[in-house]
Ligand binder design. Structure first.
Ligand SMILES: Cc1cc2nc3c(=O)[nH]c(=O)nc-3n(C[C@H](O)[C@H](O)[C@H](O)COP(=O)(O)OP(=O)(O)OC[C@H]3O[C@@H](n4cnc5c(N)ncnc54)[C@H](O)[C@@H]3O)c2cc1C
Length: 373
C-alpha cells in the first residue's frame, strides 16, 4: 500500500480536530434521539457553514471540488470523536442529484442539502426485500404528471424526523426485478404516509413507513423511469470511502484498553493475550481501509475493497465488544453500562449497509471470481 495522507490532508485533519474540540459533547455517532439529535443537527449545520458537507461536490454544484479523501478524513475524525455520522442528504442523495437530477431539482435541493437545512432518509428495504433488494414491491403508478405510490418500507433510519424519503420503488413488472425500479423523492408531509416506530437493540429507532395512495409529482423522479438500480449502485460507489471508518473501531479498542488498565486487569496474562489478538484484528481494519482509499485515490472500481473494509470493520467492532463483555464482568452485563452498550450497538453494524454474508458474496464473486450458487 502506498497511501500517504500528504501535507495538505494532514493540515485538513488538524483543522477538523481543532473544529471538533467545540463539539466534544455531541455524542451523535452512537446516539440519535432527543438532545443528541439536536446536538448532531447543530454540528451538521456548523459543517454546512464551512461547506464541509459539500467537500467533494463539484464547484459548479456549490461544492469545494476536493478529492473524496478529504471526506474520508473528515468522517474518520468524526468517528474518532464519536461526534456524528455523515448525513445521507449531502452524501448519497446530493451526489445522485448532481449526477442525474434536472437543473430544477439541483436548484431545489442542493443548497439546502449543503447546509443541512433538510434531512433525507433512505427508503430501500422492505419486509421481503433487504439483501435481495431487487424483489421490492412498493409500487408507483404513473398518472399524468404524478405517481401514485403504495407499499411499505422497513428499517428506515431517521424516517420519523426526515423531511424527505429517498424511495426506491417498482415501476415495472416484478419479473424484471432491478430493471423495473425507479427513485422518487417523497415529501414526508404528503397525505397518505404513516410512520411507525421499531425499537432497535442499540437504543436507536427504526421505522416502518406505509404509503397509501401517496401522490408524488413527476418532478420528484430522479433520472429515468426504471433507471433506479443503476443510480443506487453508482451512488453507493461514491460513498464507500465513508461507509465504515477505521477510527471507530480504533477508538472502541483504545477505550477498552484504558478501561481494563483503570481496573488493574492488564497485568493478567489471559487479558494480555486477548488484547494482543484483538489489536491485530483492529490493525487489519486499518489495512483494509487503506486498500480502499488507495483504490479511491486511483479512481479504480472499489467494490471488493469496500466489501472487505465493511466486513473487517463491522466484525472487528463486534470482536472488541465481545472481549469487553468477556473481561468486563460484572459491568458488561449491567444494562446501561458503557461496555454493555458497546456490545448492543455493535450488533447492527454487521447488518446495516449490507450484511457480512453479502459482503463475503461480493468478495467471493467479484474479488476471487468464484461462482455464486
Ligand atoms: C443499523 C441499520 C440501519 C439501517 N438503515 C436502513 C435505512 O435507513 N433504510 C433502509 O432501506 N434499510 C436500512 N436498514 C436495513 C438493511 O439494509 C437490511 O437490514 C439489510 O440489507 C439486510 O436485509 P434484511 O434485514 O431484510 O435481511 P435478509 O436479507 O432477510 O437477510 C437475513 C439473513 O440471510 C442472509 N442472507 C440473505 N441473502 C443472502 C445471500 N444471498 N447469501 C448469503 N446470505 C444471505 C443475511 O446475511 C442475513 O443473515 C438498516 C439496517 C440496520 C441494521
Amino acid at each position: 500500500m502506498n497511501l500517504e495522507l500528504g501535507p495538505e490532508l494532514i493540515a485538513f485533519r488538524d483543522e477538523v480536530r481543532d473544529f471538533l474540540e467545540d463539539y466534544r459533547d455531541t455524542h451523535g455517532f452512537f446516539h440519535h434521539e432527543g438532545d443528541h439529535h439536536i446536538a448532531t443537527l447543530k454540528l451538521h449545520r456548523a459543517l454546512g457553514e464551512r461547506n464541509w458537507l459539500a467537500l467533494a461536490w463539484p464547484t459548479d454544484a456549490g461544492g469545494e471540488g476536493r478529492h473524496p479523501l478529504y471526506e474520508f478524513v473528515l468522517w474518520d475524525e468524526m468517528a474518532r470523536y464519536r461526534a456524528a455520522r455523515p448525513p445521507l442528504g449531502s452524501g448519497i442523495v446530493a451526489k445522485t442529484i448532481i449526477a442525474a437530477g434536472t437543473q430544477e431539482q439541483k436548484e431545489r435541493f442542493l443548497p439546502r442539502l449543503r447546509t443541512a437545512e433538510i434531512a433525507f432518509s433512505l427508503g430501500y428495504s422492505e419486509p421481503e426485500a433487504g439483501s435481495d433488494l431487487a424483489a421490492l414491491r412498493t409500487r408507483a403508478v404513473r398518472d399524468g404528471d404524478r405517481y401514485i405510490l403504495n407499499g411499505q418500507k422497513r428499517w428506515t433510519s431517521g424516517g420519523h424526523r426526515a423531511d424527505y424519503l429517498w424511495v426506491l420503488c417498482r415501476t415495472g413488472e416484478p419479473e424484471a426485478r432491478g430493471r423495473a425500479l425507479t427513485i422518487l423523492i417523497v415529501d414526508m408531509t404528503s397525505p397518505g404516509i404513516t410512520v411507525s416506530p421499531i425499537p432497535a437493540v442499540g437504543g436507536e429507532r427504526f421505522n416502518e413507513v406505509f404509503f397509501d395512495d401517496v401522490e408524488v409529482p413527476l418532478a420528484n423522479r430522479i433520472g429515468e423511469e426504471n433507471g433506479g438500480w443503476r443510480l443506487i449502485s453508482e451512488s453507493l460507489a461514491t460513498e464507500r470511502h465513508v461507509q465504515f471508518s477505521p477510527a471507530r473501531v480504533q477508538q472502541d479498542f483504545a477505550e477498552l484498553v484504558s478501561w481494563l488498565k483503570e481496573r488493574g486487569l492488564t497485568d493478567d496474562p489471559v487479558v494480555r493475550h486477548r488484547l494482543v489478538d484483538t489489536a491485530v484484528v483492529v490493525a487489519e481494519v486499518e489495512a483494509h481501509a487503506l486498500a480502499l482509499l488507495e483504490a479511491v485515490q486511483d479512481g479504480r472500481d472499489a467494490a471488493v475493497e469496500a466489501a472487505a473494509n465493511k466486513l473487517a470493520g463491522s466484525e472487528a467492532a463486534q470482536a472488541v465488544a465481545r472481549v469487553a463483555g468477556d473481561l468486563g464482568a460484572p459491568e458488561s452485563v449491567m444494562v446501561g453500562s458503557e461496555i454493555e452498550f458497546l456490545w448492543r450497538q455493535s450488533i447492527s453494524e454487521t447488518i446495516g449497509g449490507g450484511t457480512s454474508e453479502i459482503m463475503r458474496g461480493v468478495i467471493a464473486s467479484q474479488g476471487l471470481g468464484l461462482p455464486i450458487r
